[in-house]
Design a protein around this ligand. Structure first.
Ligand code: TXA
Ligand code: MG
Length: 344
């Protein structure tokens, strides 16, 4: 199959909508990462997403809406809990996905057999126009091959998906750079299953008590079930051997320079560039987690593009604010391998 390259023009957006309404697959821009979209109510179209990504069928998909009223119109959920209304008011449209009890309209392919469905209202204007043009709601995971870093440009999507999907619509580079925050309000205390651009601190301001799922920070024990099935799979891993250093800024520089012989590259910050004696991939300024989130996946992909296969050292991020999202992605890229040099 030839994969079409579409642009953010009214004609191409209409074309993307038409492909989707006929059961096709289109890579679409959102403010977080690119998604691989299909009609959420067409089980066989959704099944093709899993085939194109090589994604295990037990990993459910997020359903994307173009307006809050789409929930009333298409009825993907049984009811909208009070907590979901509060979250929607505070953070939608934006980088927050809310899990609720699903209605019978959601095919099993989307929910992977769970009784819940994840709903996201993206803020990216082109994403919303494509959803509207499709005349339906769109199920969309990140548009990478399963296990690879999520795509933050149309080029990333082409690199992973050419020949496997109908089209990619280029809406420019994604703003946030990491996937949405996923929170469940389906039962009990609201719980964050995946950290992202909307922080746990912000969620607590709106809801009061919010839990953070164990799998966000820690490796699941053998046999432990993941509340978010995606968390149990190896993720975001480049071919290089990523190792995280838990230490302050000086110790980080000293350790890498002392091990320069065995270090293929460093994932570092702008301030480190002149201090490190190894090839550097800067994520952004020290402590600027939003900048680091924005560049993280692109840097992991560039390691692969440049053929880096040796050891790559990175800092273990702090876990406050958007730092928690960077921590969650990097620790998976590193397969949970951390060297503790000193208390920080
Ligand atoms: O920013 C994003 O969320 C992007 C863009 C395209 O919207 N989408 C995305 O989808 O990251 P995906 O499929 O790559 O990640 C969705 C995560 C997975 O870890 C999945 O297991 C979890 O959300 N998830 C989806 N539905 C769920 C449900 N009903 N219960 C628990 N976890 C769910
Ligand atoms: Mg993904």
């Amino acid at each position: 199959m030839t994969t079409l390259s579409l642009k953010s023009t009214p004609e191409d957006i209409a074309r993307a909508g038409e492909i989707l309404s006929r059961g096709g697959l289109v890579g679409i821009p959102t403010e977080t990462v690119y998604g691989l979209a299909a009609d959420a109510f067409n089980g066989s179209a959704v099944a093709r997403i899993f085939a194109a990504k090589g994604r295990p069928m037990d990993n459910p998909l997020i359903v994307h809406i173009a307006d809050f009223d789409d929930i009333e119109r298409f009825k993907p959920v049984r009811e909208i809990p009070e907590a979901a209304r509060k979250l929607a008011e505070a953070f939608w449209p934006g980088a927050l996905t809310i899990i609720m009890k699903k209605s019978d309209r959601i095919p099993d392919e989307v929910s992977a057999g769970l009784d819940t469905v994840a709903i996201r209202f993206p803020s990216h204007p082109v994403a919303r126009e494509i959803i509207r043009a499709s005349g339906t709601l769109l199920a969309a995971p990140s548009a990478n091959r399963s296990g690879s870093p999520s795509p933050t440009t149309a080029e990333h999507v082409h690199a992973d998906m050419d020949g496997r999907i109908d089209a990619v619509l280029d809406g420019g580079a994604c703003d946030v750079g990491v996937e949405s925050t996923v929170i469940t309000v389906a039962d009990g205390v609201p719980r964050v299953l995946r950290p992202g651009g909307v922080t746990v601190e912000q969620l607590r301001e709106v809801l009061g008590e919010v839990e953070v799922d164990d799998a966000v920070l820690h490796k699941l024990a053998e046999g432990q079930t993941a509340a978010s099935p995606g968390m149990k799979y190896k993720h975001y891993a480049p071919k290089a051997h990523v190792v995280l250093l838990k230490c302050g800024d000086e110790a980080y520089i000293d350790y890498i320079n002392a091990h320069a012989k065995d270090c293929a590259a460093a994932l570092c910050c702008d301030e480190d560039l002149l201090l490190l004696n190894v090839p550097c991939y800067s994520l952004g300024s020290r402590g600027d987690w939003s900048a680091q989130a924005h560049r993280l996946f692109d840097s992991l992909r560039r390691l692969d593009e440049n053929g880096v296969t040796g050891t790559v050292y990175a800092r273990l991020p702090k876990t406050d604010g958007v730092g928690l999202a960077v921590y969650n992605r990097l620790i998976r890229a590193a397969g949970f391998e951390v060297i503790e040099l000193e208390e920080v």
